[in-house]
Write a protein of this length. Sequence first.
Length: 102
Amino acid sequence: MKKIMDEQLIYEILSVVEEIPEGKVATYGQIASLIGRDKNARLVGKVLSQAEFYGRYPCHRVVNHAGRLAPGWQEQRFLLLEEGVSFKDANHVDMKENHWDC
């Protein structure tokens, strides 16, 4: 049985994250879909939670489908604000304005 989280999968996810333009956000599900794993949004989140072991990636540009920031990651909002991302409220990105249309 193939391991769910192998190096190739990690590379695919981080490669997509690297392509998200400054000032835009993508969703976990969107990234999963782009790598051909439509139902693996949580797996994308797991990989991103460990991304620092693989280098520097703009993981702060990834939010959930409703635009909610990652729980417990205080710096994410600050990093997005620095890039000009607008918010609906304190914890939700304005997806209509900032969603990455890839």
